[in-house]
Design a protein. Structure first.
Length: 709
């Protein structure tokens, strides 16, 4: 349909326009250009009232109203063009191919001190943008169709090119950037002014020599005179193995020149490639440009010495379209997992049970696929935000990034919110962290893949009319997949087994050699077999992924153990820390305290194990009559004591190490130092003496744990 009604347009386009119109400042400008017979003061007041009740957002209400008045996509284009709002028009207008309609002239000779003007004009939609280059340098202030220098100098001589490009190009058949023809600019020196005694004929002869074009069009001769032995001659130009190359291919480009003392510098699409300074260039795993999506590439090499520099011929090729056989690689793989189960507003018997083990199981599976995993448990709002910001600082361009959350959540004004453990029972947006904010921050790191897995409810909050302080406009781009445990306005449930229903099925497929949408689809199919949830919980897939990336894709540098930049505590397995008391003579036993990583994966928790090591002649009768109390202390961290442990109820074996207690200590990010102090008190029924054992354990992981500050 060439001109559909507003509500019949493509859903992704509709959703983007809705988000744009949710912004009050834009919405106010938009309604100001609407005809008064369509939109007047009374309608505006009605929108403000009905558009904030929670059933639909203001932007959604406005689009629904305009559709009811017969509005079409062409009308939206007309109104947005009045505002020149390209951020909206980019989703509505048809893309037009980019082509240069006016090329700059190939050679220009200008007298030193005169003005220089180069013109390159192009057409297409989105509107073309321009960037001029001189030799190997980007001219930061020359970003118009006309390059203008008011007073040229000798050093302005060189080869100029204009890069014409379009932002947000989405049509694969159209090129998103092209270069103009090169322009050789020669600046004629005013050195004749230094020789006033020359006659007119002599001046003409010297001027002719200065302005004569170079015999070698590839050469840009510098001011110094070049001896014959240092003149550069390119013997082998870079050559592409074909005009069209399969994605994921590896090719070598070679540029060989004489004399041997020359230096090399490679360029891609007019931009210098840092560190590529040898005669051989390896192009490893070729894919479309991650920023522009462009599949056409132009590589050339600059050969230079102290006297001159020469550009090679360009090797130009285009990447073939991706297919099912195309393979991809990840620059790095990172995962950020949160399990929130101990909410302050919930009674202890109603707290969630599966989030901790859900994260454990997924963390171990992701580690088996080469992900660097940061897993945290029971975070408050400030801790969730600061830890996530610190995580984003670790990310590299073109990484694979997984975000997983298990806990309580809700839906409000078209956005999903995740609840920290210190929130109130009112489920307020200001007390939560928005999933769209998370995606927004992840996109800033330019990942190759974003996977957000949300295992929480998506019901409305108790007070759905409470307007969020901010509506986040996160763009999925072509690299994002959402996997929701449930659909809009429905709940996500625990299975009564080890894992939630969502993770129970997700962990069966997450390491398989499948695309991510296929993994979520398998989970959706398995949910049909769950009698308890078939009609009340259905996982949802939202994907903008344009290529067939998989979580099991190989790393770009699989043997590089340094580049991921994570601190040692984040990936290195540590042996448990132990401390042991002296033997208690009256009982012939000793106590052992062991500290190890909480449930093997969590960075902000430790598990305290207390053992009694009994000798063969230990006094079991006395121990069975004893009561054990344990107190733990870390400054600024409240740890409840464990009291009244009756050793009679524990099966104690002589000559062995017997586990008496396992205690979780969570939230160690709140601790001010790395020492865990403890005291064990052993009290007996038949005499008043109390045996006391003090201990201090240094929790190593706290030494470098600074992601919360």
């Amino acid at each position: 349909m060439d001109n559909p009604t507003i509500l019949q347009m493509d859903f992704q386009k509709y959703d983007q326009i809705r988000l744009i119109l949710n912004t009050k400042s834009i919405r106010d400008m938009f309604v100001a250009v609407l005809p008064t017979h369509i939109f007047n003061y009374e309608i505006n007041q009605k929108m403000k009232t009905e558009g904030c009740r929670g059933t639909m957002t203001p932007g959604e209400w406005l689009l629904t109203y305009l559709d009811s008045r017969g509005g079409r996509v062409s009308d939206l284009i007309y109104w947005f063009e009045k505002l020149n709002l390209q951020s909206a028009l980019i989703y509505l207008k048809q893309e037009e191919p980019l082509h240069i309609v006016e090329q700059p002239q190939s050679t220009i000779t200008v007298q030193e001190g005169a003005e220089l003007q180069l013109i390159c004009r192009a057409m297409g939609y989105p509107p073309p943008e321009y960037q001029w280059f001189k030799d190997k340098e980007e001219l930061l202030l020359q970003q118009d169709s006309v390059l203008y220098i008011s007073h040229v100098r000798k050093e302005d001589s060189g080869i100029y090119k204009c890069l014409v490009y379009k932002q947000n190009s989405s049509v694969k058949n159209f090129e998103s950037q092209i270069f103009s023809n090169p322009v050789v600019v020669s600046i004629i020196s005013n050195e004749l002014d230094d020789f006033p005694n020359l006659n007119f004929e002599q001046q003409q002869q010297i001027t002719a020599k200065l302005s004569a074009p170079s015999k070698n069009p590839e050469q840009n001769t510098m001011v110094r005179s070049c001896p014959n032995s240092e003149k550069i001659c390119i013997k082998t130009h870079p050559h592409s193995p074909g005009k069209v190359i399969a994605q994921g291919s590896k090719i070598w480009l070679s540029c060989v020149a004489a004399p041997q003392s020359v230096k090399y510098q490679w360029y891609k699409n007019g931009q210098k490639l840092d560190g590529k300074e040898t005669s051989i260039l390896l192009l490893n795993e070729l894919y479309p440009d991650p920023n522009t999506g462009d599949t056409r590439f132009e590589y050339l090499c600059e050969v230079y010495n102290d006297y001159e520099h020469v550009f090679s011929r360009a090797a130009i090729f285009k990447l073939a379209d991706a297919n099912k056989d195309t393979t991809y690689v990840a620059e790095e793989k990172f995962a950020f997992l949160i399990a929130n189960d101990k909410y302050k507003f919930e009674a202890s018997d109603k707290k969630l049970k599966t989030p901790p083990v859900d994260v454990i199981d997924l963390a171990k599976l992701l580690k088996s696929s080469d992900f660097k995993v940061i897993a945290l448990r029971n975070l408050g709002l400030k801790e969730m935000k600061s830890a996530f910001k610190a995580f984003c600082k670790l990310l590299k361009v073109n990484s694979y990034v997984v975000f997983f959350f298990a806990g309580h959540g809700f839906e409000c004004f078209g956005q999903t919110y995740l609840l920290p453990v210190d929130c109130s029972e009112n489920f307020l947006p200001k007390e939560s962290i928005c999933v769209e904010y998370i995606l927004q921050e992840m996109q800033k790191t330019k990942p190759a893949l974003n996977l957000l897995l949300i295992d929480s409810c998506r019901k409305m909050p108790p007070e759905p009319w409470v307007i969020p302080e901010k509506i986040f406009e996160a763009h999925m781009e072509s690299n994002t997949v959402f996997g929701y445990a449930t659909s809009f306005l429905n709940g996500a449930y625990e299975s009564g087994e080890r894992n939630s229903f969502f993770v129970k099925h997700l962990k069966k497929y997450i390491t398989h050699n499948k695309s991510i949408p296929d993994i979520i689809f398998c989970v959706q199919k398995d949910f049909d077999t769950e009698k308890m949830t078939r009609k009340i919980q259905n996982p949802v897939l939202e994907s903008s992924l344009s290529v067939n990336r998989k979580l099991c894709d190989e790393l770009q540098n699989p043997f590089d153990t340094v580049t991921h930049q994570l601190p040692i505590w984040a990936y290195q397995e540590r042996n448990p820390i132990q401390t042991q008391s002296e033997c208690v003579d009256k009982l012939n036993c000793s106590f052992i305290v062991e500290v190890q990583d909480h449930m093997d994966v969590y960075f902000n928790g430790v598990d305290i194990y207390l053992y009694i090591e009994l000798k063969e002649n230990a006094n079991l009768r006395a121990l069975h009559a004893a009561e054990l109390n344990i107190k733990l202390n870390m400054p600024t961290l409240l740890i409840e004591p464990v009291e009244g442990i009756c050793l009679r109820s524990i099966n104690l074996n002589l000559g062995s190490k017997n586990l008496v207690l396992m205690k979780e200590v969570l939230g160690i990010q709140k601790a001010q130092n790395t020492d865990l102090d403890g005291k064990i008190l052993l009290k007996f029924d038949f005499f008043t003496e109390i045996i006391e054992f003090k201990f201090c354990v240094n929790v190593e992981k706290l030494k470098s744990m600074n992601i919360f500050f």
